[in-house]
Ligand binder design. Structure first.
Ligand code: ITT
Ligand code: NA
Length: 183
């Protein structure tokens, strides 16, 4: 079974490809992109993007809208995660977090899936962690070097372990459960 994943993010694609390969799916990357709504929640962004891309391409597609939600910052950068990573980067996020004792944060991934002519569906996964005090590790991508999961960052833990516990893994598991229930 094949699934087209519309994303420009190599890290996301690599993770989803590995997770879904283990479940017997082949994932094909499409980099055409889609308009991203400005919303506080990721679900409507993923739903709209999946619907838009499936109509545009005329085939079933999945997208993944994700972000890092830092509790003491009221969920920032959340839906602005891509903008913040690109324009500020991990060092500036660490700077904002200087002196903060509550370092709890949540990574969230929302998979949007849509077939042409149908309504979009969303599957959400989260994982809790803490913002580290420095960037650690070279694995993963994006915020992984500053996301501490039980004492080590996702950057240190690397893809293989990350894929067993991550927000993305949990979202993909729900998606596959739904796909299996359809066949
Ligand atoms: P798309 O083409 O799929 O939209 P994107 O990188 O723009 O790719 P988003 O709009 O969903 O993705 O923005 C999410 C941001 O959060 C982006 O900067 C990612 O690098 C980062 N991010 C998402 N998942 C992550 C993860 O598992 N580990 C580290 N950073 C992550
Ligand atoms: Na994006």
């Amino acid at each position: 079974r094949k699934i087209v994943f519309v994303t420009g993010n190599k890290g996301k694609f690599r993770e989803v490809k590995d997770i879904l390969a283990a479940k017997g799916f082949e994932v094909i990357q499409n980099t055409d992109g889609y308009p991203e709504l400005q919303e506080d929640d990721l679900e409507p962004i993923a739903a709209y993007g999946a619907k838009w891309a499936s109509e545009k391409l005329g085939m079933p597609v999945m997208v993944d809208d994700s972000g890092l939600f830092i509790n003491v910052l009221n969920g920032f950068p959340g839906p602005y995660s891509a903008f913040v990573e690109k324009n500020l980067g991990n060092p500036r996020v660490l700077k904002i977090m200087e002196g903060e004792t509550d370092r709890s944060a949540v990574f969230k991934s929302v998979i949007g899936y849509c077939e042409p002519g149908a309504e979009p569906l969303t599957f959400t996964g989260t994982v809790e962690g803490k913002i580290a005090f420095e960037e650690l590790g070279t694995g993963g991508f994006g915020y992984d070097p500053i996301f501490d999961y039980n004492g080590k960052t996702f950057g240190e833990l690397g893809d293989e372990f990350k894929n067993t516990v991550s927000h993305r893994r949990r979202a993909v598991d729900k998606f596959v459960e739904w796909l299996d229930s359809q066949s």
